[in-house]
Design a protein around this ligand. Structure first.
Ligand code: NAP
Ligand code: GDD
Length: 364
């Protein structure tokens, strides 16, 4: 029986990938972080929580990763764990670097020393293209990161490539463009919109504050993207692949369609708030997945319209069930508003910033 170790099992992609691997007959081990309140709701929603062997591990802690690899003795490692929120990477650049850049190198070193036959999947990202906003991006496009998150991920992308070329390890970079689902975290713009649309429709919320409405993304459906990860790891030769739909839409378009799904006009509810703009954003992403289609036979199926509809309808159903008193594992009721997060909500005060800077420097 094949064994897979999936890091980030509590995130969006981990459970979808785990479900696929279980269906393919794998024994699946998943790493999770020890937290004071367990967050296995996604595994529970997919009905696979008791089918995964869980191992506590943190990407910043080499010994826990070593332990995870020793216990699972995997044929394949899918490194999905990350500080994956671009906005937070501006607040926590050092932590983001430790997790997203050094974390993958820790795994590559373990594989190099312990067992060179272990295949390694690195969750790379379209954020790598950053400031390169040509019409479309493919595997050969320049990578010019525009955030600490993307810079850290670029390091991991390169290390996976370098360990493949220098030590002959089987490493793949999946350069995945944005992919969404009803299991998406609530801080990401798509789910923030669909959750709010559901709440507004049910009279639980008045309006929706968003940041940059003009940013354009290539949004696909997460389970299909997890299938692409699996396909890369089954191919005879390790390589890097862009996974995308080839279509791009603005945040405003997403919001418009989401509100239309429940018969509302987005302009009556959406407020663009400068506080939610990033210090530096990526303006347009649109991926060319021709290589993946040609070599792996992979192509996207769910359309943008279908994705928006699915996410809105799922959130609406969940809130309706919640109002009817039905208990089930779910993230939305306990989610705090982004506007309550102090670091992103301070009015710029030069003196206060200077004082905060001094305090920070003392701590170093
Ligand atoms: P996600 O929902 O944010 O999940 C991230 C996972 O990483 C969670 O399980 C999280 O655990 C875990 N994690 C965070 N810090 C960790 C640490 N220090 N040690 C161990 N685990 C840690 O992300 P996703 O959407 O599933 O994405 C999966 C991967 O693909 C990420 O690497 C992301 O950067 C990358 N990616 C995502 C997209 C996308 O559009 N979704 C596109 C391209 C690339 P907790 O639950 O405890 O926080
Ligand atoms: N989160 C958020 N919240 N984003 C907003 C908002 C808002 O209120 N308003 C506008 N946006 C804009 C952001 O500025 C960004 O341009 C775009 O919406 C998408 O933001 P996110 O949904 O946070 O995703 P992301 O594109 O920054 O990053 C996601 O995709 C990457 C792949 O391209 C994450 O999943 C990353 O981990 C992933 O690598």
């Amino acid at each position: 029986m094949k064994r897979a170790l999936v890091t980030g099992i509590t995130g969006q992609d981990g459970p979808y990938l785990a479900r696929l691997l279980l269906a393919k007959g794998y024994k699946v081990f998943g790493t999770y972080r020890r937290v004071s309140t367990p967050n296995f709701w996604r595994l529970q929603q997919l009905g696979i929580a008791n089918k995964i062997t869980l191992i506590p591990a943190d990407l910043t802690d080499m010994s826990s990763l070593l332990e995870a690899v020793s216990i699972s003795d995997p044929h394949e490692i899918y490194n999905l764990a990350a500080q994956s929120y671009v906005g937070s990477s501006f607040d926590q650049p050092l932590l983001t670097t430790d997790i997203d850049a050094s974390g993958s190198t820790r795994f590559l070193e373990i594989i190099r020393h312990l067992n060179k036959n272990i295949k390694f999947y690195q969750a790379s990202t379209s954020e790598l293209y950053g400031a390169f906003t040509s019409q479309m991006q493919d595997e050969n496009s320049p990578m010019i990161p525009n955030s600490p998150y993307a810079a850290a991920k670029l390091h991991s992308y390169n290390m996976a490539r370098i360990y493949r070329n220098s030590y002959g390890l089987f490493t793949c970079n999946g350069i995945l463009f944005n992919h969404e689902s009803p299991l998406r975290g609530l801080e990401f713009v798509t789910r923030k919109i669909t959750n709010s649309v559901a709440r507004i429709k049910l009279g639980l919320q008045k309006d929706l504050k968003l940041g940059n409405l003009k940013a354009k993304r290539d949004w696909g459906f997460a389970p299909e993207y997890c299938y692409a990860m699996y396909k890369m790891m089954q191919h005879k030769h390790p390589d890097d692949y862009v996974i995308a739909t080839g279509e791009t839409h603005s945040v405003g378009e997403f919001a418009q369609l989401a509100f239309e799904t429940v018969g509302l006009n987005w302009r009556d509810y959406v407020i663009s708030d400068k506080k939610l703009h990033r210090p530096l954003d990526v303006h347009q992403l649109c991926g060319n997945h021709n290589k993946a289609q040609r070599i792996l036979g992979w192509k996207p199926k769910v359309t943008f319209k279908e994705l928006v509809k699915l996410m809105v309808e799922t959130d609406l159903k969940l809130w309706q069930k919640h109002l009817a008193g039905e208990p089930f594992p779910w993230d939305a009721p306990n989610h705090s508003s982004e506007m309550d997060i102090v670091a992103r909500n301070v009015t710029k005060d030069a003196n206060r910033e200077a004082r905060a800077f001094k305090v920070k420097m003392k701590l170093f």
